[in-house]
Design a protein around this ligand. Structure first.
Ligand code: PHE
Length: 502
């Protein structure tokens, strides 16, 4: 029959020789094929309607490690019996057990079975035999020996008595019952028709080699036909983590938009993280519950005295900014405290202290820390996307346009700007995006124009557009996740399912 491959033909012919029905193992032997090759051929043959595959499940008994041991050295009761026989038929229980090499755990078990098998009785601390010569193996011992010899026995082949003995051995944890799948192949009528006619078994060539071509031998061989529509094996190539891909994409987009990357340390002084951003020293965000403070070392160095004084004055009474300030006594000690930065805005404001000449367009994609309960939407360690634009005539509209462009490049279309509040911006807003899976708006970033209280101490004379937001939130939308923790869960299934390219 055309369309049959070599292994399929061999299986058909083997089945013919085996009277049309045989186990996979027998077919493998007759057809001189590997077990797996028979199974593969059986699958396609049954699809072609030439054979039927019957699947039978057997319960088989195999020995546990302990069972193996006893099969070789005897059950504990048998060993105790032999010892007692040697000691004259009666002995102190502990002594006999020790003599028989039974430990404290095994001794009572051996005694129990000695009694149950009517080999002996216990009188106080003494044990006396009721037999005066070694009894023949009991049914459970015989079964143990059989399983040991055959490696496994089919449960359904056992007699009722043996089944009971098996159950007793199983309860003693000496045997284990396992399920084995056994497959039998059977020729269908159509299969018989073809097998009876006999199929020509010609070696097939699966690979066309240079030798075959050069020698011209290819004319005489049969080339194996391939089903190019058959599903291939799934391969799981190594790939960049989805979150890392998104970080890379964020960088690319910023670069496309003409921004330059800046980076800073994970550990910052409270000065850069809070004070320089006009966050008062009693601001709730500064508390331990929200911010991780370093235990060792506890403090860092403050920048130039001029800058520190300007920030201090602005906090206290507004300095030259026209603001009234926060009206409290600013503390340098508080500002020196080291924190794990809670936002990358610490880096942008620090950048402004040393880069004052517009135009400036810088960004960062970096790690930040918050002392938060980890939930489906919060992490204690995450990434922020941050950026600033400094130029003579920029407005909030430019900021909205910039962000709209940024997030659209990311593939997020449904984005809105809602009013918000930050101590360091005025006006302030937040960009939100619609999460189709969570069916609600989620915050993408905070944004605004730095207040004069932030800019004056840094010596900046033109408007500064600033924004910062969570990268993982963006990843949730991108990857369709409803739980942010998945990004760090090392869930191999999810990592494999997430496509390399979207
Ligand atoms: N730093 C703010 C945050 O962490 C975001 C922000 C940055 C807001 C810049 C306004 C300006 O949420």
């Amino acid at each position: 029959m055309a369309g049959l491959r070599l292994h399929e033909k061999r299986v058909l012919m083997a089945l013919r020789m085996l009277n049309g029905k045989a186990s996979v193992d027998d077919v493998a032997e007759k057809g001189d094929l590997a077990h797996a090759a028979v199974m593969r051929a059986a699958l396609t043959l049954s699809e072609k309607g030439l054979i039927r595959v019957h699947e039978k499940r057997w319960k088989v008994a195999i020995l546990s490690q302990e069972g193996e041991y006893y099969a070789q050295y005897g059950l504990p009761e048998r060993r105790l019996l032999r010892t007692l026989l040697r000691l004259g038929g009666e002995a102190d229980v502990d002594e006999a057990a020790q003599e028989a090499g039974l430990d404290a755990k095994m001794a009572p078990i051996a005694l129990g079975w000695l009694k149950r098998k009517n080999w002996g009785v216990i009188k106080g601390k003494k044990c006396a035999l009721t037999v005066n010569m070694e009894p023949p193996p009991t049914i459970d011992e015989k079964l143990l020996a059989t399983i040991f010899e055959k490696r496994l026995v089919k449960v359904e082949d056992l007699t009722e008595d043996l089944k009971q003995a098996l159950e007793a051995l199983r309860k003693r944890n000496l045997v284990e019952i396992e399920e084995k799948v056994y497959r039998e192949l059977e020729l269908t009528e159509e299969g018989w028709r073809i097998a009876r006619k006999g199929v020509e078994i010609v070696e097939e060539v699966t690979q066309l080699t240079p030798e075959l071509i050069v020698s011209g031998h290819w004319r005489n061989v049969r080339l194996t036909k391939f089903d190019v529509t058959a599903p291939g094996p799934v391969v799981y190539p190594g790939k960049v983590h989805p979150l890392q891909q998104i970080i890379q994409r964020a960088r690319e987009i910023f670069l496309e938009m003409g921004f330059t990357e800046i980076r800073g340390p994970l550990v910052e002084t409270a000065f850069w993280n809070f004070d320089a951003l006009f966050q008062p020293q009693d601001h709730p965000a500064r508390e331990m519950m929200d911010t991780f403070y370093l235990a060792n070392p506890q403090t860092g160095r403050l920048p130039s005295k001029r800058l520190v004084e300007a920030v201090a004055k602005t906090h206290e009474d507004g300095w030259i900014t026209g603001s009234k300030g926060w009206r409290y006594k600013w503390s340098g000690e508080e500002a020196k405290k080291l924190v794990l930065r809670t936002h990358t805005t610490a880096e942008t404001v620090k950048y402004l202290a040393t880069h004052k000449k517009p135009p400036i367009k810088v960004f960062s994609v970096d790690r930040v820390y918050r002392n938060e309960q980890v939930t489906y939407k919060h992490l204690a360690e995450f990434h922020q996307i941050e950026g600033i634009v400094v130029d003579k005539k920029v407005t909030l509209r430019d900021l909205m346009g910039t962000l709209k462009t940024f997030y659209t490049k990311f593939g997020i279309e449904k984005i809105e700007f809602w009013p918000s509040y930050f101590p360091y911006t005025e006006p302030s807003a937040q960009a939100v995006a619609y999460h189709p899976k969570l069916k609600r708006w989620i915050e993408l970033c905070g944004m605004g124009m730095f207040r004069p209280e932030v800019l004056a101490p840094m010596g900046i004379k033109c408007p500064v557009l600033a924004w910062g937001g969570g990268l993982e939130r963006l990843a949730m939308i991108e990857l369709g996740l409803d739980d942010i923790r998945m990004l760090y869960a090392n869930n191999v299934g999810w990592l494999r399912r997430t496509p390399l390219c979207r």
